[in-house]
Design a protein around this ligand. Structure first.
Ligand code: SF4
Length: 420
């Protein structure tokens, strides 16, 4: 069994000699299965969980909240978790006890433990993570690259937005626009037609959103300029509408469609992708007709009641999302689900069945597993799912077995419309 980890008053991470690690799935604490744990991957970071102490299992199989440092009697300690880089899906949340009942920040905490001199995390690899490894970002040369692009395109407000996103929020898809490689983000919409519980660009709770929403709607010319520059010069190029600093991009279909047409007149290279809630079907149709290659649809649940409770759609329903997917597939657009994964909910039998049914009926090409960043207790107050929890690893195996033609991944890959 793995030992529990804690952070002492100096912020050092240490293993506790008297307690075994526990993980959390939904409302339940449990000892992790071997296949639910892996050595902490490069690029992951260890963090203390604000206002929380770890819960552990003692040698008499008693579950306890661990308050004090065994090495410094009376010194309070904090719970510890890992934040995973893209490419890894969390299998268990940390088992911890809140001391202040404050809502946790919008971070994807994963459970950790210690054994034979190594730190392990409750995760499984679901994609290659080289391109998203933090070592590739925030490099010394980034500010100079940003300045060079801002000098080349002084009038283009998107580059100024992305410069702020790169330097202030540390956004990787913003930085890729300046590194001229891989997936680059192009934000373009201030408003949204949903109010997701875990929205990272506009807070709907006591926690502050991770980033500020873009304050302007760029013109088709500004969008096309950034898109052409990236697709013509970047390796493995993808441009993605729908970033963490904006609302719902399809609401800006008029400008985006005009830009997509202009871009495709200029270059056939790379992939034009949209990250969307796909609720505004008319907008999605315009973008598909304009030349979109791929569409990633964010979904917390395929069960209508849980979909509504989490996304709180304004003026659309899950059936509109399905209509958008159907139209996109009919046009040969590659469709992925951006499944907001939460151990003890997503892997419940009822949710797993709804997911399998949804994929079968809607010709989905890929499922991207996204660790949902939200306070577990706040989320579970709004949603519920029946049946046993299968375990995230078992859910992945079930999907692979039942739907071998559907790709399982963690992020968007280069594709071309019509080829799927
Ligand atoms: S669809 Fe995106 S921008 Fe809109 S509320 Fe949800 S997370 Fe926020």
């Amino acid at each position: 069994m793995l030992l529990s980890l804690y952070a002492n008053h100096r912020g050092e991470v240490l293993e506790h000699p008297d307690f075994y690690m526990l993980g959390r799935s939904g409302y339940h604490w449990m000892v992790p299965e071997k296949h639910e744990m892996m050595p902490l991957p490069k690029g992951a970071s260890l963090v203390s969980i604000p206002g929380n102490i770890p819960a552990g299992l003692d040698h008499n199989d008693q579950v306890t909240g661990i308050e004090y440092d065994p090495l410094s009697p009376g010194q309070p300690i904090s719970a510890v978790a890992a934040l995973l880089p893209q490419g890894f899906t969390r299998t268990l949340l940390p088992a911890c006890v809140s001391k202040d009942n404050a809502e946790l920040p919008l971070l994807g905490y994963a459970a950790v433990g210690f054994k034979n001199g190594k730190i392990y995390v409750a995760a499984v690899q679901t994609d290659d993570h080289k391109k998203w490894h933090p070592v590739n970002y925030h490099t010394e040369g980034l500010p100079a690259r940003i300045n060079k692009m801002l000098k080349r395109f002084p009038e283009n407000r998107i580059y100024r937005q992305l410069a702020n996103c790169s330097l202030c929020y540390g956004c990787f898809t913003a930085q890729n626009i300046f590194y001229q490689r891989w997936e680059g983000g192009i934000p373009s919409m201030t408003k949204c037609n949903a109010e997701c519980l875990g929205c990272i660009s506009e807070s709907h709770s006591e926690v502050v959103s991770a980033q500020e929403r873009i304050s302007f709607i760029p013109s088709a010319e500004e969008i096309a300029q950034v898109g052409m520059e990236h697709l013509k010069n970047a390796r493995d190029a993808i441009i993605s509408f729908g970033q963490g600093c904006e609302g719902e991009p399809s609401l800006n279909a008029k400008n985006l469609s005009a830009a997509v047409k202009d871009i495709r007149c200029e270059t056939g290279q790379g992939t034009i992708n949209i990250n969307t809630n796909a609720g505004y079907t008319e907008g999605i149709k315009q973008l598909c007709d304009a030349g979109l290659d791929s569409m990633r649809v964010t979904l917390f649940s395929c069960n209508e009641a849980n979909y509504i409770s989490y996304h709180r759609p304004q003026g659309y329903e899950l059936s509109d999302v399905i209509d958008s997917i159907e139209y996109a597939r009919d046009q040969g657009v590659y469709v992925s689900l951006n499944l907001l994964a939460f151990p003890g909910f997503t892997d419940r039998e009822e949710e797993a069945c709804a997911l399998l049914d949804f994929i079968r009926k809607n010709r989905v090409n890929m499922i991207q597993f996204r660790n949902l960043n939200i306070d577990p207790d706040r989320l579970l107050r709004h949603v519920s799912a029946g049946g046993e929890a299968l375990g995230m690893v078992n859910l992945l195996a079930l999907l692979q077995e039942e739907m071998p033609e559907v790709n399982l991944a963690s992020y968007s890959h280069t594709v071309k419309r019509g080829i799927s």
